[in-house]
Design a protein around this ligand. Structure first.
Ligand SMILES: NC(=O)c1ccc[n+]([C@@H]2O[C@H](COP(=O)([O-])OP(=O)(O)OC[C@H]3O[C@@H](n4cnc5c(N)ncnc54)[C@H](O)[C@@H]3O)[C@@H](O)[C@H]2O)c1
Length: 304
């Protein structure tokens, strides 16, 4: 099969590209390298260096005629979405709509969309949060991701388009940008390698559900075949707080200093963990890598 992967030079989608190619598929990547990196990109993938908002995206669909679309390109920072909500709308809604329109026009078999379980639900009423939990987003990034989910639903009902929505919790692992505003494991790891004290926003008791990149790739591979028009949390169901991550990495590196504490950032939740029961029963997916194993693999990559 041929798969068009948007954002294929980024952290998550570059690993998906690798797996698709490993399994003998053809891959076309659309990426504008705004946060992606040429080093991440598999040389066997065909690259179109392009913004997903660009009207020329149609020409890519027209000449490539992909069977599937894996949509991962986007504005990925919660903090930036709070600061520049219009920009988030432009990329995450208008750009995504461009991908959707072309997918419909060129009869793509399915779109797999990378949504966000970590932010669409808002502050949870119960834990772990399942897919039936109310969605009460507290940042523009989550509002825009959720809006695009609704477009997928609408295009499914009205035009018969097929899709699977994967709501990732906090993904971590090799290739995550350690210089961005998100991705605490990568950021702390790089700081410790550089001998710089990491900053913890808030008191460090805020929890997240950390899922390792290889498990996220497996979920994507299963979604090509299963989960038609479904929404699935891709997560571990386990809460880990920031102080614990700091302590684990400190021990891993023998880092001599403590963290610096600073004010909590707007738009960020206090607690979250997501149930993956639905993905387990309908996609046949469950996470395999424990946080301790994942941290070791990640540290090995950055320290290489
Ligand atoms: N990392 C996480 O924990 C996480 C959690 C939930 C959802 N997601 C979603 O997964 C997707 C991938 O995230 P990531 O962590 O790999 O981030 P990333 O920044 O590493 O990857 C995003 C990729 O998209 C590209 N891109 C950005 N804007 C573009 C545009 N307008 N046109 C073309 N390409 C563009 C970037 O250059 C980059 O290669 C995003 O949609 C993100 O919202 C990530």
């Amino acid at each position: 099969m041929k798969c068009l992967v948007t954002g294929g030079a980024g952290f998550i989608a570059s690993h998906i590209v690798d797996r698709l190619i490993e399994e003998g598929n053809k891959v076309v990547v659309v990426d504008d390298f705004s946060t992606g990196n040429k080093d991440n990109l598999n040389p066997k993938a065909k690259l179109y260096e392009m913004d997903i908002c660009d009207p020329n995206l149609e020409a890519v669909f027209q000449s490539e005629k992909p069977d599937y679309v894996s949509h991962h390109a986007g504005q990925v920072s919660v903090v930036r979405s709070v600061r520049e909500p219009e920009f988030d709308v432009k990329v995450n809604i208008i750009g995504s709509l461009n991908v959707l329109q072309q997918s419909l026009k060129y009869s793509v078999k399915k779109i797999i969309f990378s949504s966000t379980g970590g932010t669409v639900y808002g502050e949870p009423e119960y834990l772990p949060v399942d897919e039936d939990h109310p969605t009460r987003p507290l940042c523009p990034y989550a509002i825009d991701k959720l809006t695009f989910e609704k477009y997928l639903y609408m295009y499914g009902v009205v035009y018969g388009l097929n899709y699977t929505i994967l709501r990732y919790s906090n993904v971590y692992g090799p290739r995550q940008d350690p210089h961005g505003e998100a991705g605490v494991v990568a950021i702390f790891t790089q700081k410790m390698i550089d001998g710089v004290q990491p900053t913890i926003f808030g008191d460090g008791t805020a929890t997240r559900d950390y899922v390792y990149i290889d498990d996220v790739v497996s979920a994507n591979m299963l979604a090509f075949e299963h989960g038609d028009r479904g929404i699935y949390n891709i997560s571990t169901g386990i809460e880990t707080d920031v102080n614990t991550i700091f302590a684990l990495l400190k021990a891993e590196f023998g880092f001599p200093k403590d963290a610096i504490y600073s004010d909590k950032r707007p738009g960020e939740l206090q607690r979250i963990a997501l149930s993956y029961e639905k993905a387990k029963s309908e996609l046949g997916w469950s996470p395999k890598v424990t946080f301790k194993e994942g941290i070791k693999k990640t540290v090995k990559y950055y320290a290489r």
